[in-house]
Each structure stands twice: as C-alpha cells, then as structure tokens.
Design a protein around this ligand. Structure first.
Ligand code: ZN
Length: 457
C-alpha cells in the first residue's frame, strides 16, 4: 500500500478541497457533523430560451462591388464601406443584449455573392437576416430611410415577422431624424414564382431567406445621392454608429430582448457527504434568475439541471447524482423580456469528483475464523479501499485496494481467531493518474471479539 499512500498524499497536495487522506477523514467523520443551509430551488414559471436568437447581419456589397458611390464636399461616400461600418456597430450593440448571437456575412472589404450570403445565414441557423444598405437615386433630392420586407406569398408567417421587425427598425431610424419613406415589399418583376405558384419577392436575399425558412429584410438607411443625408447621417463614425445602434434597438425591441452585461461566476461546487453537490455563484446584477448545468466530464453537452428564480439567488443543491464519476458544473444568468428568459454567457466550469459510499457493508465470520466483508457496489466506482484496525485505540489503516468497481466482497486472511478486527470501506474513482476517494463507512454489523473467538473454536 506504500505506493497508494504516496499517490494519495500527492493528490491531496494538488487538490485539497476534493480529496481526503484516509486518516484525516476517519477522525473527522466521527467528531464533525457538517451542516449548511440548503438554498431554495424552484422551477421557473417563465419560458427559458436555451438557444440564442441568431441574427445574421449582411453588410451590402464589398470588394469589387462598391455599391452606390458619391462625393460631397470633397468626401467620398461609398456604400460598401458605410454598410460594413453600420453592420459592425449594429453587431456590437446587439451583443449587449442577453440571448442573442450575431454573425456578419462579411467582416472585411470582400465580395460575397447574394446566394452565398443567404447560404451562410442558413448555415449559422439564422432566425433573421438583415441586409444593410444605403440608397441612391438620380434625383439628388430624394432622401430618407425605408426597409423592405418579404411579401405575403408562400410563407405567410415569415412575411408577418419580417414586416414587424422592418417596422420596428424603421421607427428607430425615423427617430434619428431620417425622412420616413415607410416599409415596403417588392414583388418579382420578371414573373419568378414560389413553389406555391405565387409571385416571388423581387430581392434575391429576401426571396432566398424565405425559401430557406427565415425572414430576410433590407434596410436602406439613407441616400448617398443626397448631400443632406450624407452630411447628417453618414459623415462620421459617430453618425454611422447611431444608425447601427438604431438597427440593433429595432431588432431588440421586436424580440423583446433585454440588455444584460452582467454575468455570474461559479465560486463553488462541493461534493457533500450525503451525495449531493452544493453549488454557489456570484450575483449577476439586474438578472432575473439562473440556470444550473451539469455534464459528465467526457460528455460534450451540458444538461440543464434546474432553474433558480430570483437574481439574488446564489446557490443550489444538486441531489440528483446517482453514479460516481467526474462531473462538471456551470451556471448562467437569465433576464426576462416579453415573458421569455434569455441567457447571458455561461460561467466558468468547476469539476466535482462524486464518489458515493458503499451501502450494506456487512461482516461475517467464516468457519476458518477469517472475516468476510460484503457490500452493495457503487455505480460508476473504479474500486474500493478497505481499512482495518485491530484495537479501538488505533487509527484505521488501509489494508486492501480492490481495483474493480463491481467487487462486492473481500475476505481478510489476516484477521483470525483471537483478533479484534474493525473495518471501514470507501469507493474511489480514477481520473487519469489521480484517485478520488469517497467517504469511509464502518461495517454495519461489527462482530465482537468474543464472537470471533467462539466462532473459531
Ligand atoms: Zn446597396
């Protein structure tokens, strides 16, 4: 057992919180009764949106395709550059809300085909595709904002949601002072039809988005052909930012998103003697509650264990573990808008080495006077350590390591007639080179010295 002992000592140094040295735990278990307050956990009444809303922003044009370009007062207004800046500001603003994931179809001055933009959105699981443009006309007097949404043909629900988000964005742009040219749809002008034979949408990205199952809209922010629009809304980064923020606000209001910059940190994940795990975390200011997640270390996805209502809650007790093993926990805060709880980022993760104590640990004396120990195996355990003492004044000493979690008995050949043998057992799990032991439990029907002596006579 020397080797094992060294292993345990080394392990203990590396991770004092989760590991115990045999002698320490044996002494402590007898004199210390651990008590702690169990935090209250309840199921949330709100609908929790586990996956974020995916918004794909599409900065129009790019690369060789510069889009509409005009020069006013010595300054060049090039659509591809303006569109990209607005999209980047929009993305940044949208990311200050909980429960939203934003992608750009291009982040640089590169050419992307119209089909490629919609295909990218589909690949990212888009819930909404927003193409960002600026307008131009031969008449320099034309100015203002408008948003195109899908017509009512083929997929009505997509048209409806597209129209609603278009109206929400348009409202924000008009609030900035842009002339209100309204929201509109535009039908195919060459007779292109949807599978249901109804007239398709005119714009490629709106049509393609509808075919792929999500609303696509086109925001025409201002006219690069109008010197006043350029001067008032497009001339500086600060002005372009206002347009991007307006788009983001319109999108967020449509979905009922709430700002959520506060996240939480998991501060404790403690395996308890009763087999539960006590989790603690920091308050995420302004949030409405938290969800707790767990996975086995070798699993790829987390499962939500519980939702804890109340932004001030900071703890949860997981009593649902049934198997020994190495687990990982994390938590994330949510905030409710429009009756839907949306999440901020996941916290850090913390490992828990869960090892239950064997049950029905019993001792019988065989005819030859040796002691036979039996127990109920611990699911998920890698093995067991048995400790013995020959006299109540002594400490328990590990006498056997059984490297098989399915083991259910062991015979002690060293405990013979005349000896007083008292036993304890613990299960353990192996993780790499490390061994994590659970609590020791004593034999449930200790056989007295007299009984051993009589039995062996
Ligand atoms: Zn354009």
């Amino acid at each position: 057992m020397r080797m094992k002992r060294e292993k345990r000592d080394k392990r203990n140094k590396r991770n004092k919180r989760t590991n115990r040295i045999v002698s320490t735990i044996l002494v402590l278990a007898m004199i210390v009764s651990v008590s702690y307050v169990k935090p209250v956990s309840v199921q949330a009444a709100v609908a929790l949106q586990e996956d974020p809303i995916v918004i794909v922003l599409d900065p129009g044009h790019g690369g060789a395709d510069g889009g509409a370009t005009r020069t006013w007062g010595g300054k060049v207004y090039k659509e591809k550059t303006l569109n990209l800046a607005i999209a980047q500001y929009c993305k940044k603003e949208l990311e200050t809300y909980a429960g939203v994931k934003v992608y750009l179809t291009r982040s640089y001055d590169t050419y992307v085909s119209l089909e490629g933009r919609v295909a990218y959105a589909k690949k990212k699981g888009a819930n909404l595709f927003v193409s960002l443009h600026n307008n131009a006309d031969l008449k320099t007097s034309r100015r203002g904002a408008c948003v195109f949404y899908p017509n009512a043909n083929y997929k009505k629900a997509i048209s409806k949601s597209g129209k609603a988000v278009a109206a929400s964005i348009q409202e924000q742009l008009v609030d900035l002072g842009l002339k209100n040219n309204g929201i509109a749809y535009r039908n195919s002008e060459n007779g292109t039809r949807y599978p249901d034979k109804k007239l398709a949408d005119y714009y490629n990205v709106i049509r393609g988005s509808k075919q792929k199952g999500f609303p696509g809209i086109i925001v025409e922010h201002a006219f690069v052909s109008n010197p006043t629009d350029c001067k008032t809304f497009l001339r500086s980064q600060a002005k372009l930012k206002k347009l991007g923020v307006a788009d983001a606000t319109g999108i967020a209001e449509y979905y009922g998103l709430k700002k959520a910059n506060a996240t939480t940190t998991l501060t404790g994940a403690e395996y308890q003697q009763d087999g539960s795990v006590l989790l603690t975390w920091t308050v995420a200011e302004g949030m409405d509650g938290y969800s707790v997640y767990r996975k086995k270390k070798n699993e790829s996805t987390y499962q939500r264990l519980a939702c804890i209502e109340g932004g001030e809650s900071t703890g949860y007790v997981d009593t649902s573990l049934t198997e020994a093993g190495e687990y990982e926990y994390c938590v994330r805060a949510y905030i409710v808008g429009n009756g839907v709880g949306r999440y901020t980022a996941y916290s850090n993760t913390m490992p828990v080495y869960a090892v239950m104590a064997p049950e029905q640990f019993a001792q019988v004396i065989l005819e030859d006077g040796t002691a036979k120990l039996t127990w109920t195996p611990v699911a998920g355990a890698s093995g067991y350590i048995i400790a013995r003492r020959n006299n109540p004044e002594e400490s328990f000493v590990a006498v056997a390591e059984l490297a098989d979690g399915g083991t259910v008995e062991w015979i002690d050949l060293e405990c013979t007639a005349g000896s007083t043998c008292e036993y304890q057992i613990c299960a353990y799990i192996k993780s790499g080179e490390m061994i994590y032991t659970g609590d020791y439990v004593g034999v449930q029907n200790p056989v007295a010295e007299e009984a051993i002596s009589q039995n062996s006579l």
